[in-house]
Design a protein around this ligand. Structure first.
Ligand SMILES: Cc1ncc(COP(=O)(O)O)c(C=O)c1O
Length: 489
């Protein structure tokens, strides 16, 4: 901080402000994991990483395809003749084969109900870069976007930090399974207007991170009507489109507007291969806009975050293999469904319920009955116990700007089956111990009580004022030895 003070005039405000959010207390979970990571044999009592929305369930299929297609890589004997052509400067529209294959892939993920135009695809560095690019195209510093809460914590960074935009949360509640209602949108919009905030649009992740739910057709139509009437933009972040693992199926916003009378210039999609294919390291993100001016502007901006041509080359080949893609998507949702089932059923057995969901790489766990007090403070206390004692890095609802304390996001696709069992076992023991202690005599030695964190199973709900304006933070830690990717999920 001393350095920051001394350099106040030397460096920019961006360099010295905390807009990135990495000093947030939510990073403590990541730090705990980083300093004591679980390993089956070498560190069996370590912290299990359940805060990382990574899809690691199908790498066997990817490996097999790569071995069977050595010419898809330019670093193999079979592909090296292409090396020079691919390594030199490329057109920022992207390799033709790549954007065509990606457009087809998006169509397939959307159930082949829409055809995506490759000319509308603009490349970016992951959905992170794509979300920021689209904000740069749609709004000016000081303008705001409405974001239904709970929402992806890094929106606070991606939408705001470098652009100077603001986020206005649209409060969604558990009483109707966190549905995005027209009334909630209107309330947030009007509140912003009363505060002289210029709302430029609404951005929604569908499927939702952290809820793992998808939007139904009626809700989507009502959101489109709302933005159309207000003449503001609508950005759909569809990064989890292919993680839907049971019915109802995923519906892209592109499908909804096909038969709606709305201004298409207001509609934009963000997509990425980080979740659906499990390639966050490849940084393949795109903006797909129905607005020609946005496409053109975003494309000029894409020079700051192009996808490496080597990556494009490999993926052009992989995504064009229709049999592989079909099999991969089927198998991936089968495995996600199974994993989700094992976890949520395991929790159900000890009385922990989760929001009903059918997508994503996580579920939304309801720990409200275990809170000592129904406040953000109570949630943070429970979270500390889960990290320090139960040794699981899950993410507290307040980091997603959830209005109601006691919800936690649990990621389930970034670990192997054995680790799942260990994690489940730890949760079971923790809950059962809490229940026993709740009925035991006070002077017995109790771990949670010692820490003044005895669990109460009261169902009363108090709302703390601080919930209304929780701190802006992302739980995703830029852990020291890996400064980029794990920070973003
Ligand atoms: C809703 C949402 N949008 C964007 C991102 C960033 O994705 P990428 O790794 O492609 O930058 C994530 C990552 O977790 C996310 O959950």
């Amino acid at each position: 901080m001393e350095f920051t003070r001394k350099n106040k005039q030397l460096l920019s405000r961006k360099a010295t402000n905390d807009g990135h959010g990495e000093n947030s207390p939510y990073f403590d979970g990541w730090k705990a994991y980083d300093s004591d990571p679980y390993h089956r044999s070498q560190n069996p009592n370590g912290v299990i990483q359940m805060g990382l929305a990574e899809n690691q369930l199908c790498f066997d299929l990817i490996k097999k395809w790569i071995l069977e297609n050595p010419d898809a890589s330019i670093c193999t004997a079979e592909g090296v003749d292409k090396f020079k052509d691919i390594a030199i400067y490329q057109d920022y529209h992207g390799l033709k084969e790549f954007i065509e294959a990606l457009a087809k892939f998006m169509g397939r993920v959307g159930g082949n109900t829409v055809t995506f135009d490759p000319n509308r695809i603009v490349m970016s560095g992951g959905a992170t870069g794509a979300n920021e690019t689209v904000m740069f195209c749609l709004a000016d510093p000081g303008d705001a976007f409405l974001v239904p809460s709970p929402y992806y914590p890094a929106f606070a960074r991606d939408l705001r930090w470098r652009t100077g935009l603001e986020i206005v949360p649209v409060d969604c509640k558990s009483s109707n399974n966190f549905r995005i209602t027209r009334a909630a949108l209107e309330e947030a919009y009007e509140k912003a207007q009363r505060s002289n905030i210029n709302v430029k649009g609404v951005i929604i992740a569908n499927p939702s991170n952290p809820l793992g739910t998808i939007l139904d057709r009626e809700t989507m139509r009502s959101i489109v009507s709302f933005i159309n009437e207000q003449n503001i933009h609508l950005v759909f972040d569809e990064i989890y489109a292919a993680t839907v693992f049971s019915s109802p199926r995923f519906i892209s916003i592109a499908e909804i507007i096909q038969d709606m009378d709305c201004n298409r210039d207001l509609i934009h999609i963000v997509y990425s291969l980080s979740k659906d294919m499990g390639f966050p390291g490849f940084r393949v993100g795109i903006v797909y806009s129905f607005n020609d001016v946005v496409v053109n502007c975003a494309r000029k901006m894409s020079s700051f975050g192009l996808v490496s041509s080597q990556t494009q080359y490999l993926l052009a080949s992989m995504l064009s293999d229709e049999d592989f893609v079909g099999n991969f998507l089927r198998e991936s949702s089968k495995r996600l469904a199974k994993r989700h089932h094992v976890f949520t059923k395991g929790l159900e057995q000890v009385g922990i319920s989760c929001l009903k969901s059918n997508a994503g790489l996580f579920f939304w766990m309801d720990m409200r009955p275990l809170l000592k007090e129904q406040t953000v403070k109570g949630e943070m206390e429970l979270w500390r116990v889960i990290i320090d004692e139960v040794k699981l890095n899950v993410s507290p609802g307040s980091s997603f700007q959830c209005l109601e304390p006691g919800w936690f996001r649990v990621c389930f696709a970034n670990m192997d089956g054995e680790t799942v069992e260990v994690a489940l076992d730890r949760i079971r023991k923790f809950v059962l111990q809490g229940k026993e202690e709740d009925h035991a005599v006070p002077e017995t030695s109790k771990r949670w009580q010692k820490k003044n964190l005895r669990l109460s199973f009261s169902s009363s709900r108090l709302y703390d004022e601080s919930i209304m304006s929780p701190p802006m933070i992302s739980p995703h830690s830029p852990i020291p030895h890996s400064p980029l990717v794990p920070a973003m999920t």
